[in-house]
Design a binder for this molecule. Structure first.
Ligand code: CA
Length: 427
Protein backbone atom coordinates (compact mmCIF):
# COMPACT_ATOMS: atom_id res chain seq x y z
CA UNK A 1 0.00 0.00 0.00
CA UNK A 2 1.81 3.18 -1.14
CA UNK A 3 1.86 6.05 1.30
CA UNK A 4 0.82 8.76 -1.18
CA UNK A 5 -0.31 11.14 1.58
CA UNK A 6 3.35 11.96 2.28
CA UNK A 7 4.01 13.45 -1.19
CA UNK A 8 5.99 16.60 -0.25
CA UNK A 9 4.89 18.45 -3.39
CA UNK A 10 1.17 18.22 -2.72
CA UNK A 11 -0.68 21.44 -1.86
CA UNK A 12 -4.17 21.76 -0.44
CA UNK A 13 -7.04 24.01 -1.52
CA UNK A 14 -7.32 24.84 2.18
CA UNK A 15 -4.80 27.58 2.79
CA UNK A 16 -2.06 26.62 5.23
CA UNK A 17 -0.18 29.38 7.12
CA UNK A 18 3.61 29.40 6.81
CA UNK A 19 5.30 27.29 9.53
CA UNK A 20 2.01 25.52 10.28
CA UNK A 21 2.36 22.16 12.01
CA UNK A 22 -0.52 20.88 9.90
CA UNK A 23 0.21 20.93 6.17
CA UNK A 24 -1.63 18.43 3.96
CA UNK A 25 1.29 16.01 4.49
CA UNK A 26 0.42 15.65 8.20
CA UNK A 27 -3.25 14.56 8.36
CA UNK A 28 -3.35 13.77 12.09
CA UNK A 29 -6.41 12.29 13.79
CA UNK A 30 -8.36 13.66 16.73
CA UNK A 31 -11.78 14.00 18.31
CA UNK A 32 -13.55 17.31 18.70
CA UNK A 33 -16.74 18.97 19.85
CA UNK A 34 -18.41 21.40 17.45
CA UNK A 35 -20.32 24.55 18.40
CA UNK A 36 -23.51 22.54 17.86
CA UNK A 37 -22.35 20.11 20.59
CA UNK A 38 -21.65 17.30 18.15
CA UNK A 39 -18.70 15.05 18.94
CA UNK A 40 -16.88 13.75 15.88
CA UNK A 41 -13.64 12.25 14.71
CA UNK A 42 -11.66 14.57 12.51
CA UNK A 43 -8.44 15.73 11.00
CA UNK A 44 -6.78 19.10 10.58
CA UNK A 45 -5.27 21.03 7.68
CA UNK A 46 -3.84 24.46 8.47
CA UNK A 47 -6.28 26.14 10.86
CA UNK A 48 -9.28 24.10 9.71
CA UNK A 49 -10.75 21.12 11.55
CA UNK A 50 -12.39 18.60 9.24
CA UNK A 51 -15.38 16.55 10.35
CA UNK A 52 -14.67 13.00 9.18
CA UNK A 53 -18.04 11.77 10.45
CA UNK A 54 -19.75 14.17 8.05
CA UNK A 55 -17.34 13.23 5.26
CA UNK A 56 -18.25 9.59 5.75
CA UNK A 57 -21.99 10.32 5.73
CA UNK A 58 -21.58 12.27 2.51
CA UNK A 59 -19.87 9.29 0.88
CA UNK A 60 -16.33 10.63 0.65
CA UNK A 61 -14.84 7.41 2.05
CA UNK A 62 -16.80 5.13 -0.30
CA UNK A 63 -14.70 2.21 -1.50
CA UNK A 64 -12.81 1.89 1.80
CA UNK A 65 -14.09 -0.89 4.00
CA UNK A 66 -15.28 0.86 7.17
CA UNK A 67 -18.13 0.27 9.60
CA UNK A 68 -21.00 2.72 8.91
CA UNK A 69 -20.39 4.85 11.99
CA UNK A 70 -16.60 4.58 12.08
CA UNK A 71 -16.01 8.32 12.32
CA UNK A 72 -19.23 9.26 14.15
CA UNK A 73 -17.80 8.04 17.43
CA UNK A 74 -16.30 9.86 20.37
CA UNK A 75 -13.00 7.92 20.32
CA UNK A 76 -10.58 6.66 17.68
CA UNK A 77 -10.27 3.21 19.28
CA UNK A 78 -12.29 1.33 16.63
CA UNK A 79 -10.49 3.05 13.76
CA UNK A 80 -7.12 2.31 15.34
CA UNK A 81 -8.23 -1.29 15.88
CA UNK A 82 -8.77 -1.68 12.12
CA UNK A 83 -5.01 -1.63 11.57
CA UNK A 84 -2.34 -0.06 9.47
CA UNK A 85 -3.87 -0.78 6.05
CA UNK A 86 -7.06 1.13 6.91
CA UNK A 87 -5.15 4.05 8.49
CA UNK A 88 -3.16 4.40 5.30
CA UNK A 89 -6.20 4.14 2.98
CA UNK A 90 -8.01 6.85 4.94
CA UNK A 91 -5.01 9.19 5.07
CA UNK A 92 -4.44 8.72 1.35
CA UNK A 93 -8.11 9.46 0.63
CA UNK A 94 -7.99 12.66 2.70
CA UNK A 95 -4.80 13.76 0.92
CA UNK A 96 -6.50 13.28 -2.46
CA UNK A 97 -9.73 14.94 -1.38
CA UNK A 98 -8.02 18.10 -0.15
CA UNK A 99 -5.47 18.24 -3.00
CA UNK A 100 -5.64 21.64 -4.70
CA UNK A 101 -6.30 19.97 -8.07
CA UNK A 102 -9.29 17.90 -6.89
CA UNK A 103 -12.58 19.79 -7.45
CA UNK A 104 -14.86 17.17 -5.85
CA UNK A 105 -15.21 18.80 -2.43
CA UNK A 106 -13.33 22.00 -3.26
CA UNK A 107 -16.12 23.15 -5.56
CA UNK A 108 -19.03 21.81 -3.51
CA UNK A 109 -19.83 24.77 -1.31
CA UNK A 110 -22.70 23.14 0.55
CA UNK A 111 -20.63 20.11 1.56
CA UNK A 112 -17.67 22.27 2.48
CA UNK A 113 -19.81 24.23 4.93
CA UNK A 114 -20.91 21.00 6.61
CA UNK A 115 -17.47 19.47 6.84
CA UNK A 116 -15.00 22.28 7.61
CA UNK A 117 -14.74 24.27 10.85
CA UNK A 118 -12.38 26.97 12.01
CA UNK A 119 -10.06 25.55 14.67
CA UNK A 120 -11.25 28.40 16.93
CA UNK A 121 -14.83 27.15 16.83
CA UNK A 122 -14.20 23.64 18.10
CA UNK A 123 -13.02 22.08 21.35
CA UNK A 124 -10.48 19.28 21.21
CA UNK A 125 -11.23 16.22 23.36
CA UNK A 126 -9.16 13.17 24.30
CA UNK A 127 -8.60 11.32 21.01
CA UNK A 128 -8.81 7.81 22.43
CA UNK A 129 -10.29 6.03 25.39
CA UNK A 130 -7.02 5.07 27.04
CA UNK A 131 -7.40 1.63 28.57
CA UNK A 132 -3.91 1.35 30.00
CA UNK A 133 -1.12 3.87 30.37
CA UNK A 134 2.53 2.93 30.80
CA UNK A 135 5.34 5.40 31.33
CA UNK A 136 8.90 4.49 30.40
CA UNK A 137 12.15 6.02 31.61
CA UNK A 138 14.16 5.78 28.42
CA UNK A 139 16.35 8.89 28.22
CA UNK A 140 19.87 8.07 29.42
CA UNK A 141 20.59 11.73 30.12
CA UNK A 142 17.44 12.08 32.26
CA UNK A 143 18.00 8.83 34.17
CA UNK A 144 21.61 9.86 34.81
CA UNK A 145 20.65 13.35 36.01
CA UNK A 146 17.93 12.03 38.34
CA UNK A 147 20.26 9.29 39.61
CA UNK A 148 22.87 11.92 40.46
CA UNK A 149 20.38 14.06 42.39
CA UNK A 150 18.24 11.40 44.09
CA UNK A 151 20.89 8.74 44.71
CA UNK A 152 24.62 8.45 44.05
CA UNK A 153 26.49 10.72 41.59
CA UNK A 154 29.17 8.03 41.14
CA UNK A 155 26.63 5.33 40.21
CA UNK A 156 23.85 7.40 38.71
CA UNK A 157 22.48 4.69 36.39
CA UNK A 158 21.17 1.62 38.19
CA UNK A 159 22.61 -1.70 36.90
CA UNK A 160 19.42 -2.72 35.02
CA UNK A 161 19.04 0.53 33.07
CA UNK A 162 21.25 -0.31 30.07
CA UNK A 163 19.55 -3.72 29.68
CA UNK A 164 15.85 -2.94 30.21
CA UNK A 165 13.56 -0.19 28.92
CA UNK A 166 12.53 0.60 32.51
CA UNK A 167 8.88 1.56 32.96
CA UNK A 168 5.92 1.58 35.34
CA UNK A 169 2.15 1.42 35.03
CA UNK A 170 0.42 4.78 35.32
CA UNK A 171 -3.22 5.80 35.63
CA UNK A 172 -5.33 6.48 32.56
CA UNK A 173 -8.06 8.10 34.70
CA UNK A 174 -6.15 11.37 35.05
CA UNK A 175 -4.99 11.83 31.44
CA UNK A 176 -6.41 15.10 30.14
CA UNK A 177 -6.18 16.94 26.82
CA UNK A 178 -4.35 20.22 26.32
CA UNK A 179 -6.20 23.20 27.80
CA UNK A 180 -7.58 21.47 30.88
CA UNK A 181 -6.05 23.06 34.02
CA UNK A 182 -4.40 20.89 36.64
CA UNK A 183 -4.48 21.28 40.42
CA UNK A 184 -1.40 21.27 42.61
CA UNK A 185 -1.65 17.95 44.42
CA UNK A 186 -1.83 17.36 48.17
CA UNK A 187 0.46 14.70 49.50
CA UNK A 188 2.82 13.28 52.05
CA UNK A 189 6.38 14.55 52.09
CA UNK A 190 9.40 14.44 54.38
CA UNK A 191 10.67 18.01 54.95
CA UNK A 192 14.44 18.44 54.75
CA UNK A 193 16.15 17.51 58.01
CA UNK A 194 12.97 16.03 59.57
CA UNK A 195 12.34 12.41 60.49
CA UNK A 196 8.53 12.45 60.38
CA UNK A 197 6.47 13.29 57.30
CA UNK A 198 3.83 16.00 56.86
CA UNK A 199 0.72 16.21 54.66
CA UNK A 200 -0.01 19.28 52.55
CA UNK A 201 0.24 20.86 49.10
CA UNK A 202 3.25 19.72 47.08
CA UNK A 203 5.83 22.52 47.01
CA UNK A 204 7.81 21.11 44.09
CA UNK A 205 5.45 20.65 41.14
CA UNK A 206 7.34 19.95 37.93
CA UNK A 207 6.68 19.10 34.29
CA UNK A 208 8.22 16.23 32.38
CA UNK A 209 8.73 16.72 28.65
CA UNK A 210 7.65 13.48 26.98
CA UNK A 211 6.01 12.06 23.91
CA UNK A 212 3.69 9.06 23.94
CA UNK A 213 2.73 6.48 21.38
CA UNK A 214 -0.71 4.96 20.93
CA UNK A 215 -1.07 1.31 20.05
CA UNK A 216 -3.52 -0.83 18.14
CA UNK A 217 -4.56 -4.31 19.32
CA UNK A 218 -1.16 -5.92 19.46
CA UNK A 219 -1.46 -9.41 20.88
CA UNK A 220 -3.46 -11.92 22.82
CA UNK A 221 -2.76 -12.72 26.46
CA UNK A 222 0.56 -14.55 26.64
CA UNK A 223 1.76 -13.54 23.18
CA UNK A 224 4.87 -11.42 22.68
CA UNK A 225 5.48 -8.89 19.89
CA UNK A 226 8.90 -9.36 18.23
CA UNK A 227 10.91 -6.15 18.15
CA UNK A 228 11.09 -6.13 14.34
CA UNK A 229 7.25 -6.24 14.09
CA UNK A 230 6.49 -3.80 16.89
CA UNK A 231 6.22 -0.72 14.66
CA UNK A 232 3.21 -2.23 12.88
CA UNK A 233 1.26 -1.92 16.13
CA UNK A 234 2.02 1.75 16.74
CA UNK A 235 -0.64 4.11 15.36
CA UNK A 236 0.92 7.47 16.14
CA UNK A 237 2.31 9.88 18.68
CA UNK A 238 1.31 12.83 20.86
CA UNK A 239 3.17 15.24 23.16
CA UNK A 240 2.86 14.43 26.84
CA UNK A 241 3.44 16.44 30.01
CA UNK A 242 3.89 14.02 32.89
CA UNK A 243 3.14 16.41 35.77
CA UNK A 244 5.26 15.38 38.74
CA UNK A 245 5.41 16.36 42.41
CA UNK A 246 9.09 16.00 43.27
CA UNK A 247 8.76 16.23 47.06
CA UNK A 248 6.05 13.56 47.14
CA UNK A 249 8.06 11.45 44.67
CA UNK A 250 11.25 11.57 46.73
CA UNK A 251 9.52 10.29 49.88
CA UNK A 252 7.18 7.70 48.35
CA UNK A 253 9.11 6.10 45.46
CA UNK A 254 11.10 3.54 47.44
CA UNK A 255 10.89 0.60 46.80
CA UNK A 256 8.07 0.27 44.22
CA UNK A 257 8.50 3.41 42.13
CA UNK A 258 6.31 6.43 41.38
CA UNK A 259 2.76 6.48 42.71
CA UNK A 260 0.81 9.59 43.78
CA UNK A 261 3.60 11.97 42.72
CA UNK A 262 2.79 11.11 39.12
CA UNK A 263 -0.83 10.08 38.80
CA UNK A 264 -2.59 13.36 39.71
CA UNK A 265 -2.46 14.60 36.11
CA UNK A 266 -0.96 13.79 32.71
CA UNK A 267 -1.62 16.22 29.85
CA UNK A 268 -1.45 15.27 26.16
CA UNK A 269 -1.67 17.11 22.85
CA UNK A 270 -4.99 16.27 21.16
CA UNK A 271 -3.93 15.44 17.57
CA UNK A 272 -2.37 12.03 17.05
CA UNK A 273 0.33 12.34 14.38
CA UNK A 274 0.57 9.00 12.59
CA UNK A 275 3.79 7.01 12.26
CA UNK A 276 3.15 7.15 8.50
CA UNK A 277 3.38 10.96 8.60
CA UNK A 278 6.62 10.75 10.61
CA UNK A 279 8.24 8.28 8.20
CA UNK A 280 10.46 10.90 6.53
CA UNK A 281 11.95 11.90 9.89
CA UNK A 282 13.47 8.59 10.92
CA UNK A 283 17.04 8.76 12.20
CA UNK A 284 19.40 6.38 13.90
CA UNK A 285 19.12 6.30 17.69
CA UNK A 286 22.07 6.46 20.10
CA UNK A 287 24.52 3.54 20.03
CA UNK A 288 23.45 0.93 22.58
CA UNK A 289 26.36 -0.28 24.65
CA UNK A 290 26.33 -2.99 25.96
CA UNK A 291 24.44 -4.72 23.15
CA UNK A 292 20.90 -5.46 24.35
CA UNK A 293 19.68 -9.03 24.72
CA UNK A 294 18.54 -10.62 21.42
CA UNK A 295 14.80 -9.93 21.94
CA UNK A 296 15.60 -6.17 22.01
CA UNK A 297 18.13 -6.03 19.17
CA UNK A 298 17.16 -4.11 16.04
CA UNK A 299 18.92 -2.67 13.02
CA UNK A 300 18.16 0.49 11.05
CA UNK A 301 16.59 3.81 11.91
CA UNK A 302 14.12 3.62 14.76
CA UNK A 303 14.47 7.06 16.35
CA UNK A 304 12.65 10.16 15.05
CA UNK A 305 13.99 13.68 14.67
CA UNK A 306 11.31 15.62 16.54
CA UNK A 307 12.25 19.06 17.90
CA UNK A 308 10.72 19.67 21.31
CA UNK A 309 10.29 22.91 23.26
CA UNK A 310 8.93 23.85 26.68
CA UNK A 311 7.64 27.28 27.63
CA UNK A 312 6.53 28.68 30.98
CA UNK A 313 3.98 31.50 30.92
CA UNK A 314 3.14 33.21 34.23
CA UNK A 315 -0.29 34.83 34.47
CA UNK A 316 -0.44 38.08 32.46
CA UNK A 317 3.11 37.62 31.15
CA UNK A 318 4.68 36.42 27.93
CA UNK A 319 6.09 32.90 27.48
CA UNK A 320 9.73 32.04 28.22
CA UNK A 321 11.39 29.16 26.39
CA UNK A 322 12.99 27.06 29.13
CA UNK A 323 14.01 23.88 27.28
CA UNK A 324 14.86 22.71 23.75
CA UNK A 325 15.20 18.98 23.35
CA UNK A 326 14.71 16.31 20.69
CA UNK A 327 13.03 12.90 20.65
CA UNK A 328 16.04 11.43 18.82
CA UNK A 329 18.04 11.44 22.07
CA UNK A 330 15.94 8.55 23.45
CA UNK A 331 18.16 5.57 24.23
CA UNK A 332 15.43 2.95 23.86
CA UNK A 333 13.19 3.06 20.76
CA UNK A 334 9.41 2.76 20.83
CA UNK A 335 9.63 -0.69 19.20
CA UNK A 336 12.04 -1.85 21.89
CA UNK A 337 9.67 -0.51 24.54
CA UNK A 338 6.71 -2.34 23.01
CA UNK A 339 8.67 -5.57 22.48
CA UNK A 340 9.84 -5.45 26.09
CA UNK A 341 6.35 -4.59 27.37
CA UNK A 342 4.87 -7.68 25.68
CA UNK A 343 7.89 -9.96 26.23
CA UNK A 344 6.12 -11.55 29.22
CA UNK A 345 2.81 -11.86 27.36
CA UNK A 346 1.26 -8.66 28.77
CA UNK A 347 -1.70 -7.73 26.62
CA UNK A 348 -1.69 -4.41 24.74
CA UNK A 349 -4.93 -3.06 23.26
CA UNK A 350 -6.14 -0.44 20.83
CA UNK A 351 -5.92 2.97 22.50
CA UNK A 352 -3.27 2.06 25.05
CA UNK A 353 -0.74 4.81 25.61
CA UNK A 354 2.98 4.51 26.34
CA UNK A 355 4.95 7.54 27.55
CA UNK A 356 8.56 7.86 26.46
CA UNK A 357 9.88 9.08 29.77
CA UNK A 358 11.35 12.55 30.20
CA UNK A 359 13.33 13.49 27.10
CA UNK A 360 16.52 15.21 28.20
CA UNK A 361 19.28 16.06 25.76
CA UNK A 362 23.02 16.22 26.40
CA UNK A 363 23.23 19.97 27.15
CA UNK A 364 21.93 21.89 30.16
CA UNK A 365 19.40 23.82 28.06
CA UNK A 366 17.94 20.58 26.68
CA UNK A 367 16.87 19.00 29.97
CA UNK A 368 13.22 17.93 30.07
CA UNK A 369 12.22 18.89 33.61
CA UNK A 370 12.67 21.75 36.07
CA UNK A 371 14.34 19.27 38.44
CA UNK A 372 17.20 19.00 35.95
CA UNK A 373 17.08 22.53 34.44
CA UNK A 374 17.43 24.15 37.88
CA UNK A 375 19.45 21.22 39.28
CA UNK A 376 16.98 20.53 42.07
CA UNK A 377 16.31 24.23 42.62
CA UNK A 378 19.96 25.25 43.02
CA UNK A 379 20.02 27.23 39.74
CA UNK A 380 16.71 29.07 39.33
CA UNK A 381 15.56 30.05 35.83
CA UNK A 382 14.86 33.70 35.09
CA UNK A 383 11.63 34.28 33.14
CA UNK A 384 10.98 37.15 30.72
CA UNK A 385 8.87 39.01 33.31
CA UNK A 386 11.87 39.14 35.66
CA UNK A 387 10.59 36.52 38.12
CA UNK A 388 12.49 33.32 38.89
CA UNK A 389 11.37 29.72 38.97
CA UNK A 390 12.81 26.67 40.67
CA UNK A 391 9.64 24.70 39.99
CA UNK A 392 6.15 25.60 38.69
CA UNK A 393 4.10 28.28 40.47
CA UNK A 394 0.32 28.40 40.77
CA UNK A 395 -1.24 30.00 37.68
CA UNK A 396 1.81 29.28 35.51
CA UNK A 397 0.98 27.71 32.15
CA UNK A 398 3.35 25.04 30.87
CA UNK A 399 3.35 24.63 27.08
CA UNK A 400 5.15 21.95 25.10
CA UNK A 401 5.54 22.08 21.34
CA UNK A 402 6.95 19.54 18.91
CA UNK A 403 7.69 19.51 15.19
CA UNK A 404 9.79 17.82 12.51
CA UNK A 405 11.37 19.86 9.76
CA UNK A 406 12.81 18.36 6.60
CA UNK A 407 13.53 20.64 3.66
CA UNK A 408 10.22 22.24 2.83
CA UNK A 409 7.98 19.95 4.87
CA UNK A 410 7.16 20.61 8.51
CA UNK A 411 5.06 18.07 10.39
CA UNK A 412 4.08 19.15 13.89
CA UNK A 413 2.07 18.16 16.90
CA UNK A 414 0.65 21.56 17.82
CA UNK A 415 0.98 21.87 21.56
CA UNK A 416 0.03 20.57 24.97
CA UNK A 417 -0.59 23.55 27.21
CA UNK A 418 -2.07 23.57 30.69
CA UNK A 419 -2.23 25.86 33.68
CA UNK A 420 -1.33 24.83 37.21
CA UNK A 421 -4.04 25.84 39.71
CA UNK A 422 -3.84 25.89 43.55
CA UNK A 423 -4.97 22.72 45.37
CA UNK A 424 -8.53 21.57 44.75
CA UNK A 425 -10.98 22.78 47.37
CA UNK A 426 -13.83 20.36 48.11
CA UNK A 427 -17.18 22.14 48.25
CA1 CA B 1 7.63 10.41 33.36
Amino acid sequence: MPNIANNPNRKSWISVPEHSDFPIQNIPFGVFLTKEDVVTIGTRIGDCAIDMGALQQLGYFDGIELTDDMFMQDTLNDFISDGKKTWRLVRNRLAELFDENNPKLRDHREHRDIVIFSINDIEMLLPVQIGDYTDFYSSKEHATNVGKMFRDPANALLPNWLHIPVGYHGRSSTIVPSGIPVHRPMGQTLPNGESTPVFGPSRLVDFELETAFITTDANILGENIPVNEAEDYIFGMVLLNDWSARDIQKWEYVPLGPFLAKNFATSISPWIVTMDALEAFRVKGPKQEPTPLPYLQQKGKHAYDINLEVYITPENASPTLVSKSNFKYMYWSMSQQLAHHTSNGCRVNSGDMMGSGTISGPTEDSYGSMLELTWSGQKPIKLSDGTERKFINDYDTVTMKGYCQNGSVRIGFGEVSSKLLPPFVRK
